[in-house]
Design a protein around this ligand. Structure first.
Ligand code: C5P
Length: 404
């Protein structure tokens, strides 16, 4: 490591926790600074004193310690790190991470950090192979968490197979690879809209749509991993948000537009949200009742077109505005007409006809449409679509002639 790197090491309660001491020593030898968080389980395996002595830093253990909170709150702990490493990560800790629990300092910091996270699992071979653990790992990978998989060999429990914590030297190798990843979008501000908007009818009912937020969230994560300072403006979504600089949760199209304006100036805007086209003109203050007799009739009015407004804004127009188009027929022609009508730079068009399973699904078949060309991408996971798009965006910003 050429530059001093700030590593936040989380040690959880696996028998392999003793290797974390060696990891700290080696990281410091390479010039990194290491702060450690010890979970309750971790402190059964190694002492805070040993970690503090090797790291030369205080060891953090308690979410609600008044002294720690005043000296170094969990948000600062999360932010003052270039990389968070969880080594060893137990099956229990992976499950907590995968569900987004925040019931101790380590899990809270992991939700609050915008730094990349590298996880080195260690557990019994059956626990590692268990479908629940593998499901959690898959989910975490989908959230952008990196893994250094456990090695095979004799385990502390006497069994044999994959489950051993990767060797400290290999964990260091993974850290170096991760930190060496180019950040082509460093200093670039990106705005991403995601999820549906919902439009109220009365205090309990609303019009909504089936957007899950998966594709938009994946794009926000892919841009952030490449160094962009991302503002993610999202409608209601159960999708866990990726680590981004700023997350704004909204409900209606008008709120989304206001949040987008607030996020300007930005270099890039990617509008993935499925914004409701219309809203109810006069939202009922009281819950509509069946006792009123006739089914209600709604007078609707048009919502603002956020993509068109961002594309046509005179001041502060992002350098690159990308829209999405969900179509069920004439996908490319309709998307191209949309690009011209709204005056955005690119449109990512996807086929959402009945059998495509795009809404809520994990994969997508898209066409990237620009003023000059149309590219058809193979069927890819939404994460892969996000990575490809982020690469294209990075190319286009660095070298405008690279635009397809
Ligand atoms: O016109 P249509 O809804 O098909 O356009 C889709 C694209 O426009 C998406 O990028 C979507 O995020 C954006 N859009 C918007 N505001 C609207 C409607 C659509 O930003 N009111």
């Amino acid at each position: 490591m050429t530059e001093p790197t700030r590593i936040l090491l989380i040690v959880t309660g696996g028998i392999a926790a003793y290797k974390s001491l060696d990891l700290v020593r080696r990281l410091r030898e390479r010039g990194a600074s290491v702060r450690s968080i010890l979970t309750a389980g971790g402190s059964e395996m190694v002492t805070p004193l040993a970690l503090a002595a090797l790291s030369g830093e205080k060891v953090y253990q308690d979410l609600f310690s008044l002294t720690d909170e005043s000296e170094m709150g969990h948000i600062r702990l999360a932010r003052d790190a270039d990389l968070v490493v969880v080594a060893p990560a137990t099956a229990d800790f992976l499950a907590k991470m995968a569900t987004g629990l925040a019931d101790d300092l380590a899990t809270t910091v992991l939700l609050a950090t915008t730094a990349p996270v590298l996880v080195a699992p260690a557990m019994n071979v059956q626990m590692w192979a268990h479908p629940a653990t593998q499901r959690n790992v898959k989910r975490l990978r989908g959230d952008g968490i990196r893994f250094i998989d456990p090695g095979s060999g004799d385990l502390a429990c006497g069994e044999e197979g994959p489950g051993r914590l990767a060797e400290p030297v290999d964990i260091i190798g993974a850290i170096e690879t991760l930190l060496a990843q180019p950040k082509p979008l460093h200093n670039i501000r990106a705005l991403v809209t995601s999820g549906p908007t919902i439009e109220p009818i009365d205090p309990v009912r609303y019009f909504g749509n089936r957007s899950s937020g998966k594709q938009g969230h994946a794009i926000a994560g892919a841009l952030a991993r490449r160094g962009a300072e991302v503002t993610l403006v999202t409608g209601p979504s159960v999708q866990p948000p990726p680590p981004v600089a700023c997350l704004t949760q909204v409900e209606t199209a008008e709120e989304m537009l206001a949040a987008c304006r607030e996020a300007l100036p930005a270099d890039i805007a990617v509008c993935v949200a499925a914004v409701a086209d219309w809203r109810v003109k006069a939202v009922h203050k009281q819950k509509l009742s069946r006792r009123n007799g006739q089914p209600p009739r709604y007078e609707m009015e048009e919502n603002p077109d956020i993509l068109a407004q961002l594309s046509q804004t005179a001041n502060d127009r992002p350098r690159l505005v990308v829209g999405f188009a969900a179509e069920t027929e004439d996908v490319v022609d309709r998307a191209r007409a949309k690009l011209e009508r709204k005056q955005c730079d690119w449109i990512v068009a996807n086929d959402v006809s009945d059998d495509s399973n795009v809404f809520g699904g994990d994969s997508n078949t898209v066409h990237l449409i620009t003023s000059q060309a149309t590219e058809t991408w193979p069927r890819l996971s939404k994460e892969e679509v996000a990575d490809r798009l982020a690469e294209r965006i990075a190319d286009a910003l660095v070298e405008p002639t690279a635009r397809p």
